[in-house]
Design a protein around this ligand. Structure first.
Ligand code: PLP
Length: 441
């Protein structure tokens, strides 16, 4: 019999790599074997996601208690759905959003559908997808744009950098603006030694990919809402973008996760995991491997392998596969590894061994990110919804991008729809192997 998708995935699993990527349950051990039997649908006894008044409502209440929100809404369509609903909840059609330039493409898609125009705010000292948003830049941008009432940022970033949410939230509130945080990578931050979940620090809404860092099946996410006012319409905006057939298997895994947090050992487990990752971080620093500075996600290890002479995604992958490690993401110079309590002891041993082989003579990090700021020609909506064609990236100079062009992960656009492609952009796209691009006709 020839291999199909299913058998190929099984063969992949047989390779026995340690999982340092999503989902947070890692090997499925947390999930019961009979979970598939709960692949049900909306029935009188099973509640309905978008008219929840039974067991789904109870589950949403459980998450609301866990995260200290006014309301938490379930998504079985990933954090992308939470992000789309979050933006719609904060802004009406045609609104203006102060938006960190390293936004995930789901935010950009949402802006196209809703006709929202971003005013970009650039992360500190970086290029497309990494870096923190600085409070001073937020203050300046809100002063320069007094009509803006919403700020959207990503924290933690794919590389784990965390922005100063508390100060940024204060600034937003002084300007009568709401703070929306793409916290896709930070659902677990509430269970760290210090609770640094953005909701606790004053964010008004957060989109959280539970499945990335908690023991939840892929697709399970939340929209967390801190204030009563914003919570009123959020549910109906979730349904605006969502399937009418949410997966009960995913929602069941979310229920098990809520129980693990409320009644199980989640707090202890996540703190133990934090200590173990900290040991690996210390080992990396002893070998002079550059790590991101400042406040970072405690459960994410971003190793600058380039400083140890391992460049290029293929070489990085060969190196990590030799150590039986599958990373979340290699960008050619950095490798990002995600840990949860569901990693096994041997996983830590493998990373320790890999770190031992990464010897750097100095801590000089290779600077790879150039900050390309292309010129805008038309709105995101016009660019994405007008007639378009796909052409060779090398021939696209001067054309207007009609889609987000991005390596995925991390799903952060190199160029935004509506911007004019220049030679620096082409260089960046080539670097990521993106050789075709959609442009406006
Ligand atoms: C920063 C960020 N936001 C949002 C998303 C979308 O999350 P999901 O895959 O759960 O839809 C991702 C996915 O990787 C992400 O990295």
């Amino acid at each position: 019999m020839t291999d199909n998708f299913y058998t190929k995935l099984k063969k992949y699993n047989e390779k026995g790599y340690s999982s340092f990527h999503t989902p947070g349950h890692k090997y499925g051990d947390f999930l019961p074997n009979d979970l598939l039997k709960l692949d049900l649908t909306e029935l009188p006894d099973t509640d309905a996601l978008f008219e929840a008044d039974g067991i789904i409502k109870e589950l949403e209440k459980a998450f609301s208690d866990i995260y200290g929100t006014t309301a938490s809404f379930i998504s079985a369509g990933g954090c992308s759905l939470s992000i789309q609903a979050m933006i719609r909840t904060a802004l009406d059609c045609g609104g203006k959003l102060l938006c960190a330039r390293n936004a995930h493409r789901s935010a950009v898609n949402s802006m196209a559908l809703l006709g929202i125009d971003p005013v970009w705010i650039y992360p500190q000292g970086s290029g497309h997808y990494t870096g923190r948003i600085l409070p001073d830049d937020v203050s300046r941008a809100l002063e320069e744009n007094p009509d803006i009432r919403s700020l959207y940022i990503t924290s933690p970033t794919y590389y784990g950098e965390i922005s100063d949410i508390e100060t940024i939230a204060d600034i937003c509130h002084k300007h009568d603006a709401v703070l929306l945080v793409d916290n896709a990578h930070g659902s677990h931050l509430a269970f760290m030694e210090d609770n640094i979940h953005p909701i606790r620090l004053g964010a008004d809404m957060t989109a959280c990919s539970l499945h990335k860092t908690m023991p939840v099946m892929t697709g399970g996410a939340l929209l967390n809402v801190r204030t009563q006012e914003l919570s009123e319409n959020a549910k109906s905006y979730m349904s605006l973008f969502a399937s009418t057939s949410p997966s009960y298997v995913i929602m069941s895994s979310m229920s098990l996760c809520a129980d693990y947090i409320k009644n199980g050992s989640a707090m202890d487990d996540y703190r133990q995991c934090e200590i173990k990752v900290q040991k690996l971080r210390t080992a990396a620093l002893q070998n002079n491997i550059p790590l991101p500075d400042g406040l970072c996600d405690p459960l994410r290890l971003t190793l600058n392998t380039a400083a140890a002479g391992i460049y290029g995604e293929d070489n990085q992958q060969v190196f990590f596969h030799q150590h039986k490690i599958e990373c979340e993401f290699c960008d050619g110079e950095n490798a990002v590894l995600l840990f949860t309590p569901f990693n096994r002891e041997e996983d830590y041993e493998r990373v320790n061994a890999a770190v031992g082989h990464l010897k750097c003579s100095s801590t000089n990090k290779q600077k790879i990110y150039s900050c390309v700021r292309p010129e805008k020609a038309v709105s995101i909506r016009e660019a994405m919804l007008s007639p378009s064609e796909i052409i060779s990236t090398d021939k696209s100079i001067g054309r207007i991008a009609a889609d987000t062009a991005c390596p995925c992960p991390p799903g952060v656009p190199v160029i935004m729809p509506g911007e004019i492609i220049n030679k620096d952009i082409i260089h960046e796209l080539n670097r990521f192997g993106i050789d075709r691009i959609k442009v406006k006709k």
